[in-house]
Design a protein. Structure first.
Length: 241
């Protein structure tokens, strides 16, 4: 929380420093240098504000008698997308000014443009990403079909690249098709074992675990002594950006 507040204050501070000399008439409003820096730090401030608000609001997983549904976190992804758009604009303007070296300006153009467009599009996706009910569990980000409880050999909790996850072991991994195979291989994703995280979703991993405890057959669940209990500890699976 403190880190997000500092990011917000630093971003807004530099935005004010960029506007002040133009408002005082010391730098023309048409000069590209203040605008490139202003847009860059405005993007940082947007991220800081969104992360601060997000840390204060409760998780909003959709919970009903029939299922538990998690979707993308629209606030976070839209904020990151807007920040990317701001960095893209800063890079474009920076190509005509002296605020950024040309290499850095092009990096902002490429990185900001790609991440901004992808994250904005993802943030607008309101379809369910994780659905858990009496029939099984679906993670539409990674698999093309739902995993029935009978298709699982075991369920546990683990960590994948430092993030807490729910670990599913499939009885027959070959019968399931993964989405985005090339990207998944580059990121080291596998479906045996299959990791489920709540990264960038509107609920927490505790919501996922609670739903599994509620709907899964008892024989699939780990013994209580081996249960990590994400509901009982403060999780921070959303730390990476």
């Amino acid at each position: 929380m403190l880190r997000n507040i500092l990011l917000t204050l630093i971003g807004l501070g530099f935005v004010a420093l960029g506007i002040l000399p133009m408002a005082l008439g010391k730098i023309p409003w048409t000069s590209p240098d203040p605008w490139s820096g202003l847009l860059f730090f405005a993007g940082c401030a947007v991220v800081g504000v969104a992360e601060s608000v997000r840390s204060l609001r409760p998780a909003k997983a959709e919970v009903s008698a029939e299922h538990v549904v998690l979707r993308y976190d629209h606030l976070r992804l839209s904020a990151l997308g807007l920040a990317g758009a701001g960095w893209f604009a800063a890079g474009v303007i920076g190509l005509w000014g002296a605020m950024f070296p040309a290499v850095l300006a092009w990096m902002l153009v490429v990185f900001g443009g790609l991440t901004g467009s992808v994250l904005l599009a993802t943030g607008l996706d309101g379809r369910p990403k994780i659905v858990i009910d009496a029939d099984g569990i679906a993670d539409t980000r990674r698999l093309t079909q739902k995993v029935a409880w009978g298709d699982l050999a075991s369920i546990d909790t683990s960590y994948d690249r430092g993030m807490p996850t729910v670990l599913l072991r499939l009885r027959d991994p070959g019968s399931f098709a993964a989405k985005r195979r090339t990207l998944g291989r580059l990121l080291g994703h596998t479906i045996d074992p299959f990791h489920i995280s709540a990264f960038n979703l509107d609920g927490s991993l505790g919501d996922v675990e609670a739903a599994i405890m509620r709907f899964a057959p008892p024989e699939l669940l780990p013994p209580p002594a081996e249960h990590y209990g994400f509901n009982d500890e403060e999780e921070d699976e959303d730390e990476p950006l």
